[in-house]
Design a protein around this ligand. Sequence first.
Ligand code: GLN
Length: 480
Amino acid sequence: MEPDKLSIRQLHQELIDKKISAAELAKFFLDKIKKEDSKIRSFITITEELALKQAKMADEIIAKGNEELPLVGGIPCAIKDNILIDGIRCTSASKILESYTAPYDATVVKKLKDQGAVILGKTNMDEFAMGSSTENSAFFVTRNPRDTSRVPGGSSGGSAAAVAADFCKFSLGSDTGGSIRQPASFCGVAGLKPTYGAVSRYGVMAFASSLDQIGPFAKNSEDCQVVFDAIKGRDPLDSTSLDTVESQEELNLKNLRIGVPKEYFVSGMDKDVEKTIKSAIEKYEKMGAKIVEVSLPHTEYALPCYYIIATAEASANLARYDGIKYGSSEVNNPEVKDLLGVYIKSREKYFGSEVKRRIMLGTYVLSSGYYDAYYKRAQKVRTLIKNDFEKALSQADILLTPVSPTLPFKIGEKMDDPLSMYLSDIYTISVNLAGVGALSLPAGWVDLPSGRLPVGMQLIAKPFEEKKMFQAAAAFEKIN
Ligand code: GLN
């Protein structure tokens, strides 16, 4: 048996049939990480002790035989390093939290622990989830397992890379403007940004609270669905979360209307990406789906709108890292004379440059005299974008779009040009502004002289219609 090649359901069966134990499974993946992660660097922290404890718990459930093992029970996974695990270091890949230990479990972690999932470690990311390449990590760069000279995408690059490299069966990431979907696309795996409110954010380090969602990465859509089912639902500790009532209807491809937004196929898209996405659309058409052209007319305002709202919220959320309440501090620096000095010196020394850029932008757009011109205006544009999606999703059941305008780019290629880095989110950020859910899955592969690179497509459905996306994805995966 090759545990890294089986789906979560298949592994679950192997565990129940006692063909392998959860402890053996944990050791298999921990060994693989120890041997191979030095090439990829997807993990910031390995949580071996916790993994073996969780595996023991799953094995005990199996041994008793009278209690049902949840599907994620005994399954090895990884967690992005901005999601808290009680007693484990949690850094958000920032120097300011380099030695910070989480005092409690995030709700998603508690749910996974309660169901016996085996947590192997914490994954690398862009500092405070700001970025699209994982190069903004204060610690090290993660490499794309499909081509190690390229970035894995970001900000959840470590979580995507860990799944692509078969270091775990699934992982969790967070997505504020594309941070699950874009790395999933770059690493050739599946990743879900759930509908806003579908998954509790209690215990995730907040970036932009009106946009952030936690979601899963896995090798395919079925595994993503298993994990989504394990973590979703209303949580009294996050007032934005709710229970989802999903339709039980089976999706019939013959009646499925797939909407293709015409604004997403304009200039700036890599030719190979365009070709791959168009061929995926044709495959759906061959399966019987009806392709309809839809319009998202405010697409061109999405990027500026996002970079006003996200930075404004980030500047408020990151105010808590002041050198007093959490993590690293300059309180003992002899140059520091007063409390304000502690704040200034600590933030200056321990925040990276992208984080500082966002805090400055966010503070500016919220400042008196500019608030109406920027923040309030952006909120109005956001409503227009949300209305675009509502309209498009009344004309189609699912929208199909590219995830990223380019193939995974080379490490270092965009580091000196933040604007071009921001542009890589052009197809993903509107989804967060609209609050809908979207699934990224491999649409195809492009053959380059240096090897094959994946191209992801994005399936978008109405709020809380994740099931529909999973069904449409599974139909596509079946024929590929
Ligand atoms: N790349 C986007 C940004 O830098 C999105 C990040 C995210 O989704 N966390 O803000």
